[in-house]
Design a protein around this ligand. Structure first.
Ligand SMILES: Cc1ncc(COP(=O)(O)O)c(C=O)c1O
Length: 402
């Protein structure tokens, strides 16, 4: 065995570390140049319903609208409980009058299936499912029904390639969880009736608040349909059968964090400073290309997403393709198995302070997940790769020597 280890050419331990070694898929890295000083103007200790408080909230809405190119007749709101809050608000408020197609190919999409099938217990639910790394057959989605899907599956690194599969003329609503896609990918607003995201993803904001966008058709559904189940105050978007317009003008349902609001404004202004949506997409594309280049020259690693056009450029999920690793027990929690080895690799890099939060999501196949959203610098990714090569060499040779 010792001889085997000698024959492995081990990469040297690198010297250079990423300047910002944060690669978590949420909360994601803060924007370049961020410091707590950007919060100096936060309206802390004041009411969010005061004139300046409401103005701050309205600024988040108007900046989001202009950067993302959201049509003027779509409503945009800040809602409680992050992206989950926004999605669940939509599911609980809108679903029921039609059958529902649920598309799921990773953990978050599956969570929405549980909500609709097991919590709301809707009678007519079709689940179009695929395993980690693949997409369900998008052509099967029936737009006479409501269709619920995730634009970018953060835990598998698989995204829908575009909106071409969505019917322009449709009877049902499309409800899209876009939390790790918004500000990183082009969203076809005319094809989407509900879109949600949270602040702590592509723009590196703070957790707690969600964004909810409604098309005029979604508003028409809200005003014409009353769910059979009770709606908690936190989910209520209508009053007396009419849309509560104030919610879409910064009058939040309950109290937001004015520190988080200030931080969101800072992140949106930064987004403008790098060229708005086109600039953000260019940053993300450059990052994804850097990862692709490393994967192409690195035999031990490969993409989890099989088809290149479905590969997420933000939450990049990678598998360990080395035959030694593939030969390890793939069972969840197996001693000496794949998950344990992948965790050792990630821990080695983390212990050196060279890269944090790089492990695959707990329900995903063992491997790496590297956040490459707009706030991540390409140079930091390039500084990370040698550390990953080094750490893989370490765990591989330790196994060979054992
Ligand atoms: C696709 C997707 N949906 C939902 C969520 C849950 O988001 P939040 O924690 O903002 O509620 C996440 C978080 O990573 C996600 O990636």
């Amino acid at each position: 065995m010792a001889r085997l280890s000698n024959r492995l050419s081990l990469p040297m331990k690198p010297n250079l570390k990423p300047r910002i070694p944060n690669f978590s898929s949420g909360p994601c890295a803060k924007r370049p140049g961020w410091s707590p000083a950007v919060l100096a103007g936060a309206l802390v200790g004041r009411s969010h319903r005061s004139k300046p408080g409401k103005a701050k909230l309205a600024e988040v809405i108007s900046l989001s609208r202009s950067i993302l190119g959201i049509p003027a007749d779509y409503r945009v709101a800040i809602v409680p409980a992050s992206d989950t809050g926004a999605v669940e608000m939509a599911l609980w408020s809108l679903l029921g009058p039609r059958g529902v197609d649920m598309l799921a190919w990773e953990s978050f999409g599956e969570g929405w299936v549980t909500d609709v099938a097991k919590q709301l217990k809707l009678a007519d639910v079709r689940v179009l499912k695929a395993d980690y790394g693949a997409l369900p057959d998008l052509a099967e989605a029936d737009f006479a029904r409501d269709v619920v899907f995730t634009w970018n599956g953060t835990t598998s690194g698989v995204r829908v390639p575009d909106g071409d599969w969505i019917a322009g003329e449709r009877q049902g609503l499309t409800i899209c969880d876009a939390t790790s896609a918004a500000f990183a990918m082009a969203l076809p607003w005319d094809k989407l009736d509900v879109v949600t995201w949270s602040w702590q993803k592509v723009l590196g904001g703070e957790g707690a608040h969600g964004m909810l966008v409604l098309s005029p058709r979604a508003v028409a559904r809200l005003e014409s349909y009353k769910p059979a189940w009770p709606l908690p105050k936190l989910f209520r978007l209508t009053s007396g059968g009419k849309l509560s317009e104030g919610i879409f003008a910064g009058e939040t349902i309950n109290t937001p964090s004015m520190l988080a609001v200030e931080d969101a404004i800072d992140s949106l202004k930064w987004a403008e400073s790098v060229g708005g949506l086109a600039g953000l997409i260019a940053r993300v594309t450059r990052n994804a290309a850097a990862i692709d280049k490393w994967v192409a020259r690195t035999p031990w690693v490969d993409h989890l997403a099989a088809r290149p056009e479905t590969r997420s450029p933000t939450s990049v999920c990678l598998v360990i393709a080395d035959p030694w690793f593939r030969g390890l027990d793939a069972q969840d929690g197996a001693v000496g198995g794949q998950a344990e080895a992948a965790k050792r690799l990630v821990a080695l890099v983390e212990a050196e302070g060279a890269g944090f939060d790089l492990g695959a999501y707990r329900d995903a196949p063992p491997g790496l997940r590297i956040w490459a959203g707009a706030t991540v610098e390409t140079s930091d990714l390039e500084a990370l790769f040698p550390w990953l090569d080094w750490a893989f060499g370490e765990i591989r040779s330790a196994a060979a020597a054992a």
